[in-house]
Design a binder for this molecule. Structure first.
Ligand code: TYM
Length: 334
């Protein structure tokens, strides 16, 4: 642990394969930031339980997520990549923080409203207190910065509110974390309905680019992307489809929106869509190759999980013990 470095914390739910929004809104930023910070990245399997899972697929998905983190460029020997459920402190701190969170605050969470509408037959208490467990994840590691996509901003705000409330009562226990939301890529929209966020659970598979989609599939999905009839590559609120494609292209190629407008001046949508598709496929190609190698080598990932679980547990326990003491829980007698 490098004490001079600030702490970065983030994670993703362990459900199904990742989509391009997860990558551009979060994972790619993690890779860019990881040398600058001491990093913890969780496989958020407890959060995934808020939706009914098939146990076998769920376990496989968690493993695939681990391999995807590494394949994208996170070195598990330098970054602590671990399973949330392997560190019991998350659930323990989650309970304590539940007692410092108001129902009025949770009622305002838009993700809870969206998810309850989507899973009307299973509006469970875990879905409701989901943001508190997320606050516990972040606060356990005393994170300074949390890189996420724009949809997680509200969860970061409630985390800061809970931490400040706790600190006001008990002194400086928690670091107040700052969200890190990239300028481009923070809100990638569906290719089929650019008013809707790209999501792995979208029923229309053509709207979502999965990180493990092969080259032809990626290019085909981009060719089919919904645009408008104006045939001019220009960024604007009145052109959500084209603006979304420009955002994707800009985030990967690092070209500014103005540069992209100039590059495709006088060219049709067909040419532009193909360029975006090829650029995404080129970006995903090395990630997919590395992913396949990692999935074939069970021992390497198993060793990484074991070591990093221990490291995560060590840090989490330090904060948890401090919190337990502050609130007056009786210490263990050894
Ligand atoms: P999850 O698993 O839904 O998404 C993982 C990350 O991907 C980002 N993201 C997107 N970014 C841009 N465009 C999109 N279309 C898009 N879709 C998803 C999300 O913003 C997120 O950063 N609650 C979290 C998981 C979590 C967590 C944490 C994150 C649990 N504990 C502690 C940070 C810190 C979630 O559901 O992410």
């Amino acid at each position: 642990m490098n004490k001079d470095k600030k702490i970065l914390y983030s994670g993703m739910q362990a459900t199904a394969t990742l989509q391009l929004g997860n990558y551009l809104g979060a994972l790619k930023n993690w890779v860019n930031l990881c040398d600058e910070y001491e990093c913890f990245f969780g496989i958020m399997d407890l959060h995934s339980l808020t939706v009914r899972q098939n146990p076998t697929e769920f376990r496989q998905n968690a493993r695939k997520l681990y391999a995807l983190y590494v394949a994208a460029g996170l070195d598990p020997e330098k970054n602590c990549i671990y399973y949330q459920s392997h560190v019991s402190g998350h659930a323990e701190l989650g309970w304590i923080l539940d007692c410092f969170t108001y129902m009025g605050e949770l009622n305002r969470m838009t993700q809870f409203k969206d998810k309850s509408a989507k899973h009307a037959d299973n509006i469970n208490a875990g879905l409701y207190t989901y943001p508190v467990l997320m606050a516990a994840d972040i606060l356990l590691y005393q994170a300074d910065v949390v890189p996420v996509g724009a949809d997680q901003k509200q969860h970061l705000e409630i985390t800061r509110d809970i931490a400040s409330r706790f600190n006001n009562i008990y002194g400086d226990v928690f670091t107040i974390p700052e969200p890190y939301i990239g300028k481009t890529g923070a809100r990638i929209m569906s290719l089929q309905d650019p008013e809707k966020k790209m999501s792995k659970s979208d029923e229309n598979i053509n709207g979502t680019i999965l990180l493990l989609d092969d080259r032809d599939t990626v290019i085909r999905k981009f060719k089919k992307a919904v645009t408008d009839s104006d045939a001019c590559v220009r960024y604007g609120e009145d052109k959500p489809g084209i603006s979304n494609l420009m955002n994707i292209y800009s985030t990967i190629s690092k070209k500014s929106i103005e540069e992209i407008e100039r590059e495709f001046d006088g060219k049709g949508y067909g040419e532009f869509k193909l360029a975006v598709g090829e650029c995404v496929a080129d970006e995903l190609d090395p990630l997919q190759k590395r992913y396949n190698e990692l999935m074939a080598d069970k021992t390497y990932i198993n060793n990484c999980i074991k070591e990093n679980d221990d490291k995560a547990r060590y840090f989490a326990t330090k904060t948890l013990r401090k919190v337990q003491k502050k609130v007056g829980l009786t210490e263990l007698i050894r």
